[in-house]
Design a protein. Structure first.
Ligand SMILES: Nc1ncnc2c1ncn2[C@@H]1O[C@H](COP(=O)(O)OP(=O)(O)OP(=O)(O)O)[C@@H](O)[C@H]1O
Length: 228
């Protein structure tokens, strides 16, 4: 089992987010994570990555509890751009990631090339646009190259060209047997990446495979109220 969340509950003081929720990923591949704003997508990714602790229940990665060591060994996490340092360049971020994970510095060039970032790699991040930051965050996750990738809104703020670069990158990851859990509000783009989607509904995590002809938007509207 690649990822197992079992009977997990987590909430803030007045607000339950998960109540005895469970999820499983048995097969490698790309999986979507979809829910309305504030439902708990980022919280779920933080719980899996051990940045938050559930009040009850278990989270297992590759059959082991999600200890900090297990997360370090098995998981690459693309968080939001608040984890970036404005006064450092993209290359400095990638160097730092490579050093802490004992990855050869030469891997930086190929990741930067793959995401078409070479032109701005030496500029300070405070001068980056939102889309440039998104590509740097994805580059950092790709460099770490773990069997399980947690990608929090990797499609956010991308122009059509960047979107197609990122889409191809994610599809390649899926082909090489990496597992990625990808949150997004961009349902059309999500469907081009995967038809296997986890939806957060009533404090539970529901898996759904979109059948041929079915759209993520129709499923979303069915689950969250609006009728099309
Ligand atoms: N540190 C915190 N303290 C209290 N409540 C929090 C905290 N962080 C998040 N929340 C609340 O937890 C809920 C889930 O937040 P989360 O960021 O996981 O949602 P999300 O599904 O990722 O939302 P979005 O689509 O807007 O990114 C929200 O209602 C939010 O207000």
């Amino acid at each position: 089992m690649i990822l197992q969340v079992a009977d997990m509950s987590f909430g803030w003081r007045q607000q339950p987010i998960f109540a005895h929720a469970s999820m499983q990923i048995e097969q490698p591949g790309l999986y979507g994570l979809v829910a309305p704003n504030g439902a708990g997508k980022t919280t779920l990714l933080n719980l899996i990555a051990h940045l938050r602790t559930p009040q009850s229940g278990q989270i297992m990665i590759q059959g082991q509890p999600n200890s900090p060591q297990q997360v370090f060994d098995q998981v690459a996490f693309l968080q939001d751009n608040s984890v970036l340092y404005g006064y450092l360049s993209g290359r400095e971020h990638l160097r730092f990631v490579a050093e802490t994970h004992q990855i050869p510095i030469t891997a930086i060039e190929s990741v930067a090339d793959q995401l078409d970032m070479v032109d701005y790699l030496d500029r300070r991040v405070k001068k980056y646009s939102l889309g440039m930051k998104q590509r740097l965050l994805l580059a950092m996750a790709l460099l770490v190259d773990r069997p399980l990738m947690l990608l929090d809104e990797p499609l956010n703020g991308l122009d059509p060209t960047s979107l197609s670069i990122v889409r191809e990158t994610l599809l390649d990851l899926g082909k090489k047997g990496t597992t990625a859990l990808i949150s997004s509000h961009n349902l059309d783009e999500m469907m081009r990446i995967t038809r296997d989607i986890f939806f957060l509904v009533d404090h539970q995590i529901e898996f759904y495979h979109l059948a041929a002809g079915e759209t993520a938007e129709a499923r979303y509207n069915e689950l969250y109220g609006k009728r099309s």
